[in-house]
Design a protein around this ligand. Structure first.
Ligand code: B3K
Ligand code: ZN
Length: 908
């Protein structure tokens, strides 16, 4: 289960100073096939920023030359630049006048006269009114930047593309009192004071980098400092900067950073390369964090964590995001992307790296379960919708729209499959070769795969279809047992649905990890026909053809297969398991992931039966086998508590919707709630015993952010959420006691969420009020408060969300608030968002229209639930499409929102 953020919006929107620039003409498609090397290169970039309250002056000196790889002659130099007020332009120290250059909304062009030359530009920009949070902007009183993918062009005129790599020197000056801390990439080399209470600092980054990795910060910040000694015995200073009130919430991020640095040395042989590594936490940030060289900038939600204010999930997210951004120093920064079509080169790889890191730090099986549940619910839906695209897309309008689950999560699955096919040792050889061969370069996914092939000797030509073909493959498996010959054949049939622009698909290479079980649940030796002897009890088959059979020999009885262990490929697998077989696998499969998966498949079958009964107006009857299965999970005290908690979690409404031909959200909700209530009644005793035992430990042990305790609390809290369905006085009392006395946010928030979803309205209102009073000055905790209410499934959800939009703590300008309230409502409260009268759709469209002016990236993201209209019934389809049309006709659209609308209205 993933946590959401939520938030209400107020009409603060009207305070807007000015809308970000909207395009007047339709944005153009950019194609991978049109890639050309840059005409010019920038060897050195010298930047000076003078930061003031009502404007900023940026001076850029670019030491440039003709790219020797680009052919002969001196073509026009075209620099990117948006929303810049050009004050002065020089070519080799000569001031240029109008007529010497051409300016448009997005470009500055001029004609160089030599192979080598220097451009000096001075521009004025307005970070103080930048609500898009891209380029240089203000978060609260602090200046900060976000340049990936194309934000640098909002700072100065530049060749803003990742294959132009340059050595940067940056000087910033600002009022000393307001901005005592001045940071940029690399190492600090000089600083001083000026007249008028201003001061300055110069930073030099010795590593060539693309502009998207540039960063600058100026503010009144405190830092926690530490050091890390690298494997070659160099001391690196580590600093995490936050606003003073948050200085007590940084230790967990610092510990996570040191663990990440060590892990990358041990597992990938990657050492950090500068003398200093900094993280800065900012409140207003479009995504989680950014890997700028030596100066990572983070959403404060991904840095700040302490027991009283952050949940276990938040602690784990901080650790994972710190690791992810740190790992980018090699997978992304030292070796970067040639162009943005290659985004998954760094993102898929880095997500794979951070997932393995988290697996090593905590429970590997639980991490895999969480990731797969997320992938199947959200990435599979994306792959089946109008925004579906390959891991390496062929075309885009607005690159910001391509920071997707497909690029990140499916991209990571592609890397995991390479790891599975090569094995850990050859994969490491491949990554070593990749980093050695391409250090300091901007490269492609093909270059990565080539390094893996060269190091391993394994041909990955067909495998590369995972990069170029979109859609989730289906893998239908059938079996045949020949008792006489003692042979068991598995036949795999793969297919992949059409996706926008791709009607025909070629077969993928699908690694299927499997084992075979005998009637006692023992693992059987695996010998394929033609082999002299068995080769272990688990192996990986490569399914490479549209239809392909594998025959196992020497099997005296018909085995039960355990397929796709560890979710060895991102496919939809189907095998005709009976419910009894699934219960058997839940008990006996040696693969922890597949034990959970068997339970999920059993629950899906049972829930789909209930959904059908509900739709036909029949009384719902829960298959007692689900009760039996979960009872034995609860009574199995040798199982890890986190596994018990995962196995008790029924497939989410979103996943059930994704599995349905046509999603009937009301029937799904009714069926799932019915099942939960029946399970709670039937399993009251063991649930109550588990709850009380774990709560007792929580009461008597101080909070620890560590796997065994995460596990214990997750079991305690899921037990509580079931128990609260039983309407018993002693449970309500326990829940209120947990809310009132817990020393940590995990227990407190879980109690609040179940109270809010229970009929105990008075207790819920009291808890909500008390929570808001207690945490009024902590915006991240208030995000949780908004989310809990936005996701509340009791009647009146939309009205409550609308009221919360006027809450003092809400702002449409803060992305965390938007995600916490609007995002949580649209993505997690399916019954209310999809209310038959269309009010949920109308509400979301209104917010998208408002956000389009303020922050196009956030607007385009919030719009996504409406783009999935094709999955619903005809009346809902019409309502959703009407809202899409209303947004389209609402005035000038950002390229971000335009592209999403265009694609989702096209597939009518
Ligand atoms: N690379 C950044 C994402 C930038 C998103 C720009 N719209 C964070 C990350 O993946 O590490
Ligand atoms: Zn990343």
């Amino acid at each position: 289960m993933t946590e959401s953020f939520s938030f209400p919006f107020s009409v603060l929107l009207l305070e807007l100073d000015e809308a970000p620039l909207m395009r007047t003409e339709q944005p153009k498609m950019i194609y991978l096939k049109d890639y050309q090397v840059p005409d010019y290169l920038i060897d050195e970039t010298h930047l000076t920023f003078e930061l003031f309250e009502d404007h900023t002056l940026v001076h850029a000196q670019l030491v440039m030359r003709r790219n020797p790889e680009a052919g002969a002659g001196l073509p026009l130099l075209v620099l990117d630049g948006q929303q810049l007020e050009l004050l002065e332009l020089k070519l080799d120290d000569q001031v240029l006048v109008a007529g010497d250059y051409q300016l448009s909304d997005s470009q500055l062009s001029l004609q160089p006269t030599h192979e080598q030359f220097v451009i000096d530009s001075s521009v004025r920009i307005h970070p103080e009114s930048n609500t898009a949070l891209e380029g240089l902007y203000k978060s609260g009183s602090m200046f900060c930047t976000q340049c990936e993918a194309e934000g640098f062009r909002k700072i100065t005129y530049y060749l803003d593309r990742p294959d132009v790599m340059s050595k940067f020197t940056t000087t910033l000056s600002a009022e000393q009192h307001r901005y005592p801390v001045l940071l940029s990439n690399g190492n600090p080399i000089a600083s001083g004071t000026e007249e008028g209470g201003r001061h300055w600092a110069t930073w030099e980054d010795p590593f060539r980098k693309p502009a998207y990795l540039f960063a600058l910060v100026a503010g009144d910040l405190w830092c926690v400092e530490d050091t890390f000694t690298t494997m070659s015995q160099r001391d690196v200073a580590l600093r995490i900067y936050v606003e003073p009130e948050n200085i007590d919430k940084v230790q967990h991020a610092m510990d996570s950073l040191k663990k990440s640095m060590k892990w990358d040395e041990e597992v990938y042989g990657r050492e950090y390369d500068l003398d200093i590594f900094m993280i800065v936490a900012v409140n207003d940030f479009n995504m989680g964090a950014m890997e700028n060289k030596g100066l990572n900038i983070f959403n404060s939600s991904c840095v700040l964590a302490r027991a009283e204010t952050a949940t276990d999930a938040a602690h784990q997210r901080v650790e994972a995001v710190v690791a992810h951004e740190y790992f980018h120093n090699w997978s992304g920064n030292r070796v970067t992307c040639r162009d943005w079509f290659q985004l998954s080169l760094k993102e898929g790889f880095t997500v794979f790296r951070d997932a393995e890191f988290s697996a090593d730090m905590h429970s590997r099986t639980v991490k895999r379960i969480e990731d797969v549940a997320y992938l199947r619910t959200h990435q599979f839906a994306e792959d089946a919708g109008p925004m579906a695209h390959p891991v390496r897309p062929d075309a885009y309008m607005e690159i910001s729209n391509f920071y997707t689950l497909t690029i990140y999560e499916k991209g990571a699955e592609v890397l995991r499959m390479i790891h599975t096919l090569l094995g850990a040792e050859l994969f490491r050889k491949g990554s070593d070769l990749y980093f050695a061969r391409h250090d300091g370069q901007a490269v492609t996914c093909d270059d990565f795969v080539k390094a893996m092939e060269d190091a391993s000797g394994i041909d990955l030509a067909q495998f590369k279809r995972w990069y170029s073909q979109a859609g989730t493959p289906q893998l239908v498996v059938s079996e045949h047992y020949d008792a006489l010959a003692q042979r068991y054949t598995l036949t795999f049939a793969q297919s992949c649905p059409a996706t926008p622009g791709q009607s025909e698909k070629q077969p993928f290479v699908i690694p299927v990890a499997l084992g075979l079980l005998d009637a006692q649940g023992n693992a059987l030796p695996l010998q394929l026909a033609g082999e002299a002897q068995a080769q272990g009890v688990q192996r990986v088959l490569s399914v490479t053809e549209a239809q392909q059979s594998f025959t196992f020999v020497n099997l005296a009885e018909q085995p039960l297969p355990s397929l796709l262990r560890g979710f060895s490929a991102p496919v939809k697998l189907s095998f005709p398991y009976s419910r009894d077989q699934l219960m058997f696998l839940m008990q006996h499969d040696s693969d922890g992931f597949n034990r959970w998966e068997a339970g999920q498949q059993l629950a899906v079958q049972v829930l789909q039966e209930l959904i059908g009964q509900q739709q036909r107006g029949e009384p719902m009857l829960l298959d007692p086998r689900l009760v039996t299965a979960l009872r034995s999970v609860l009574e199995n005290h040798s199982l890890d508590s986190a596994m018990v908690a995962e196995m008790l979690s029924l497939p989410g409404e979103g996943y059930l919707a994704e599995l349905a031909e046509q999603a009937d959200v009301e029937a799904i909700h009714a069926a799932r709630e019915f099942a939960r209530a029946r399970l709670a009644e039937a399993l009251f005793e063991p649930l109550w015993a588990r709850y009380q035992a774990n709560r007792q430990v929580s009461r008597s042990t101080p909070y620890q952010a560590e796997a065994a305790h995460f596990a214990r609390r997750s079991l305690q809290n899921i037990a509580l959420s079931y128990l609260m369905l039983c309407n018993r006085g002693e449970v309500l009392e326990a829940c209120v006691e947990q809310f009132d006395t817990a020393d940590n946010m995990t227990e407190r928030l879980a109690a609040l969420a179940v109270l809010v979803n229970s009929p105990a309205e008075e207790a819920a209102q009291r808890a909500l009020a008390q929570f808001a009073e207690c945490f009024a000055d902590n915006p991240l905790v208030m995000d949780q408060w908004f989310s809990v209410q936005a996701a509340c499934q009791r009647p009146g959800a939309l009205a409550r969300v609308q009221a919360l939009m006027n809450h003092a703590a809400f702002s449409l300008k803060n992305p965390n608030k938007v995600r916490a309230l609007i995002g949580a409502f649209a993505n997690q409260n399916l019954v209310h968002f999809h209310a038959a009268d269309g009010a949920g759709y109308r509400f979301l469209a209104d917010q998208v229209i408002a956000l389009n002016r303020l922050n196009p990236q956030i607007a385009a993201r919030q719009l996504l639930p409406l783009t999935r209209w094709a999955r619903y019934d005809a009346p809902r389809q019409a309502l959703m499409r009407n809202e899409l049309l209303r947004i389209r006709d609402s005035g000038s659209l950002s390229s971000d929102v335009f592209e999403v609308l265009d694609k989702s209205l096209r597939t009518a």
